[in-house]
Design a protein around this ligand. Structure first.
Ligand code: MSP
Length: 667
């Protein structure tokens, strides 16, 4: 089995995990889960970068020993990733003892090969980046990434790494390995910068004590520069045995998945250091874009932070995972907003995916008592089209994932969900049921279940918990992750005879009106409705808290209907073209209405509230698919909507508040 070793950047622990960190971990997790599905023996490494000056200063500010502070913070990062369902295989900390030994050994190896020498550094240092900055790179005297913070002037004797010797070998390696730096735009940036010339870089600090001690035999008064230390985590994680050429089961890494701000370290300093130490280079470094919030980069030092855990608390991990993967396009930046998250949740998850599952399961319950029937083997062009799309989506989605493009894969995957919803409309199972076409109905149901099962497999890297729920609702055995996605996920053989179960909605809708988009406090539509009712009764009461992900604390509401139930109503705008009293009654009016495509007669009990003439010309709302009835011997084909008080002393007809075409759908 081919192996796949994927790593993320390791985060500084001077602040809490924020949405930018979360985006990267989720992206890497989606790739790692995909690789497992695609049949690779996968190892996924993430962790924390603890030897930074920032960390030492923050610990001091909080009156803790640096190690104590790091223990607490590393715990926070780790539990954040657990909460977001990040399936890492090891959580590495740069204070781990095997890492300290590996760092010292790599410094030793580079030194033995003549690439490390003692010198004097004087220049600027940005503590937020933990990087030495050349004067020419400062913008108005500030670090381009951290304009709110003064760079510090540093002058000290330390050890240098002879980066300048690697200009040609690096350019050659990049040229010969087109997948070494991705996306291509990042590769071009790096190549251009390398061509401008490489300067040797400092790899130790003599004025700090917090860090991996330099190998004693070289110097016992220095610590390894934090970036040199940090990059080596990838080798430690692979299982490198210091003092040998055993680089570990997982080395070389197949993918370093990192942010675009740290490509220089990963694409230039890291491979040069590996060359200097005689270690093979990683396959690919992918520099992803940033998640921005109102257009600015999420950054603790710049004070722009969204807490991913609060979002996950209110909505669950999956909606956040899905939204971030969708909103940040391949290698580019993407803007996060609470409104965007809620809208995407309602449109894609609650509507498209949730409804597809819900409608299918309801129909199987209703028409086949919950057991998916055996296929008839006879397919119509509509079925063939859906199946062909299913296959091509699986292939193209797979291809997008191989190209490290989760957003592209999602758009493929969604095209099949859209098609399946349309397939329901086009095949009209309710008509098949009415006409007693049981075999055809069974085929339609089975095709739908097959699409949904396949979706659960392909979505499992993105929304693992929800995919499992879908799997369980369909009554499929095991886990969606048990199926291989290396071409077309094979789910058909699992289907005959499975029993579906109906549960609450997969993604209960959010109420856009009562959700607060400045804080990300989301409210469920059902809860909001209830609360409004309660509020009217009590005129007080706290706002409803969302409990979407847990299902805990659901209110006891027993008159809820699903969106599907509502969708059964065919509500239309109609113009009243004639009206008269029904003879012999004091309540009924007979109306002639124009629905655009047809005229109809309806009877309504509104005579005490409206004179017939007053009604003519009004654009009212009618239930157009109500069974015809005879009221006092007069035919009525539809019903107008009106509001009335409990005692029916007041009544008002529902009309549209501006002109709308006759026959327009009300939804
Ligand atoms: N400790 C270094 C990395 C060492 S890797 C050997 C570091 N830490 S960091 O905490 O500042 O950033 C960690 C990762 O999060 C980086 O890949 C960085 O690009 C990423 N992100 C931080 N903010 C981000 C966004 N707003 N959006 C996406 N990712 C960003 O750098």
């Amino acid at each position: 089995m081919a192996k796949y070793y994927i790593t993320t950047a390791i985060d500084y622990v001077n602040g809490n995990p924020h949405l930018g960190h979360a985006y990267e971990k989720i992206g890497a997790d989606v790739i790692a889960r995909f690789k497992r599905l695609a049949g690779y023996d996968t190892f996924f490494l993430t962790g924390t970068d603890e030897h930074s000056l920032n960390v030492a200063r923050q610990a001091e500010a909080e009156g803790l020993s640096t190690k104590e502070f790091c223990d607490t913070m590393a715990g926070r990062f780790r539990s954040a990733w657990d909460k977001l369902n990040i399936s890492y295989d090891r959580f590495i900390r740069t204070t781990d003892s095997d890492h300290v030994a590996t760092v010292q050994d790599i410094v030793r190896r580079a030194n033995e090969r003549g690439y490390v020498y003692k010198g004097t550094y004087s220049g600027y240092y940005c503590v937020s980046c933990e990087r030495f900055i050349e004067e020419g790179d400062l913008i108005e005297g500030k670090c381009p990434f951290h304009p709110s913070r003064e760079p510090e002037w540093v002058e000290e004797t330390n050890y240098f790494f002879a980066l300048s010797k690697f200009q040609e070998p690096l350019l050659r390696h990049i040229r010969e390995n087109p997948k070494f730096i991705l996306p291509v735009a990042r590769r071009n940036e790096i190549v251009n910068r390398i061509k401008e010339g490489l300067q040797d870089v400092s790899v130790s600090r003599s004025t700090l004590t917090w860090g991996v001690p330099f190998p004693q035999e070289i110097d016992d008064n220095q610590v390894v520069y934090v970036w040199f230390d940090a990059l080596i985590n990838y080798l430690t994680g692979a299982g490198y045995t210091p003092g040998t050429d055993e680089f570990g089961k997982w080395w070389p890494a197949d993918l370093h998945y990192i942010g675009k701000d740290i490509t220089w370290f990963h694409c230039v300093i890291w491979p040069a250091a590996l060359m200097a130490a005689g270690v093979p280079l990683p396959e690919t470094i992918f520099g992803h874009g940033f998640v921005t919030f109102k257009g600015a980069k999420m950054s603790k030092s710049e004070g722009i932070v969204v807490d991913p855990l609060k979002v996950a608390d209110s909505l669950g991990a999956d909606p956040l995972r899905y939204y971030l993967m969708k909103v940040v396009p391949h290698g580019q930046d993407g803007d996060f907003s609470f409104e965007g998250l809620a809208e995407t949740y309602n449109a894609d998850l609650a509507n498209d995916l949730g409804n597809l599952l819900n409608r299918t399961v309801s129909m199987i319950k209703k028409y086949f008592k919950g057991t998916v029937p055996s296929p008839s083997g006879v397919y119509e062009p509509l079925d063939e089209e859906l199946r062909a799309l299913g296959e091509s989506v699986a292939e193209r989605g797979h291809q997008k994932m191989e190209e490290l493009d989760p957003a592209g894969a999602l758009s493929e995957i969604w095209s099949l969900i859209t098609a399946a919803n349309k397939y329901i409309e086009d095949s009209a199972p309710w008509v098949l049921a009415r006409e007693g076409k049981r075999e055809r109905l069974a085929t339609v149901m089975l095709n739908l279940v097959e699409v949904i099962a396949k979706e659960a497999v392909m979505l499992s890297p993105f929304i693992p918990d929800s995919s499992q729920r879908i799997w369980d609702v369909l009554g499929l055995p095991g886990k969606p992750e048990d199926i291989r996605w290396d071409g077309n996920p094979e789910v058909a053989s699992l289907l005959p005879g499975i029993r579906v179960t109906k549960t609450g909605p997969l993604f209960p809708r959010l109420d856009m009106e009562s959700s607060d988009f400045t804080t990300g406090e989301f409210h469920l539509a059902e809860l909001a409705k209830e609360k409004k009712k309660e509020g009217r009764k009590q005129k007080t009461g706290p706002s409803a808290k969302n409990t979407a992900d847990t299902g805990k604390g659901d209110p006891k509401v027993d008159n809820l209907i699903s969106i599907d139930d509502f969708a059964k109503l065919d509500l239309r705008v109609a113009e009243v073209t004639a009206a008269e009293r029904v003879e012999g009654t004091d309540k009924l009016v007979k109306l002639e209405i124009d629905l655009g495509t047809e005229k109809r007669q309806i009877v309504a009990g509104i005579a005490q509230f409206y004179a017939p003439d007053e009604l003519i010309g009004k654009h009212i709302v009618v239930v157009a698919n109500l069974e015809p009835a005879r009221i006092r011997g007069v035919e009525s084909r539809g019903m107008l909507l009106a509001g009335s008080t409990e005692d029916r002393k007041e009544l008002a007809i529902i009309t549209v508040d501006r002109p709308l075409a006759k026959g327009a759908k009300v939804r």
